[in-house]
Design a protein. Structure first.
Length: 173
């Protein structure tokens, strides 16, 4: 079983709409950051670094840097380890962003649990029967069908090919 990743990191900016950013995190979740809400919650004023980001053009200059959101158009001065002054882009830690974000439920076409359940029912199998044929447990099949657990590709293949008697075919577009 895979180990759970504890430090949230952003691996991809999916989409920017207005002051909303959809990101993919390293745990595979797609999450939405609504900066209108965030800036309101933070009570952003003219004296704050974030104030510039209220302008949509400035906000859209966001980049992915060091697994977090970075705005190179906003420079901040910080003290380095040796006391020297450093100029860095404005960034918000990915752990903070993860906490401020909302989970985006992916469309059902990306949910393999529903695919397995549909194929199992079509084959006239119970969860117990599918588990026996594929070398897993009924509890695990239930968790998969309800999208409550991750599924390794090798296990997915066992369930599809040994359990359901089908061929697994993956496509990357």
């Amino acid at each position: 079983m895979r180990q759970k990743i504890k430090i949230p990191r952003i691996v991809k900016i999916e989409k920017i709409t207005g002051h909303k950013i959809q990101c993919m995190f390293n745990n595979g979740e797609n999450r939405l950051l609504d900066f209108e809400k965030i800036f309101k919650q933070w009570n952003v004023t003219k004296n704050d670094f974030e104030y510039t980001l209220l302008d949509g053009k400035e906000f859209k200059k966001v980049k992915l840097r060091n697994y977090t959101l970075s705005w190179p158009n906003i420079e901040i001065q910080v003290k380095g380890e040796n006391g020297e002054s450093l100029t860095l882009p404005y960034e918000i830690g990915a752990d903070v962003l993860f906490e401020l974000s909302e989970d985006i439920q992916e469309p059902s076409k990306y949910r393999y649990g529903r695919l397995i359940k549909s194929a199992r029912l079509k084959a006239g199998l119970t969860q117990e029967q599918l588990a026996m044929k594929s070398g897993t447990t009924r509890f695990y099949i239930s968790r998969i069908e309800n999208d409550k657990t991750d599924l390794e590709l090798s296990t997915f293949r066992k369930i599809v090919e040994a359990g359901l008697g089908k061929k697994l075919k993956l496509t990357i577009e």
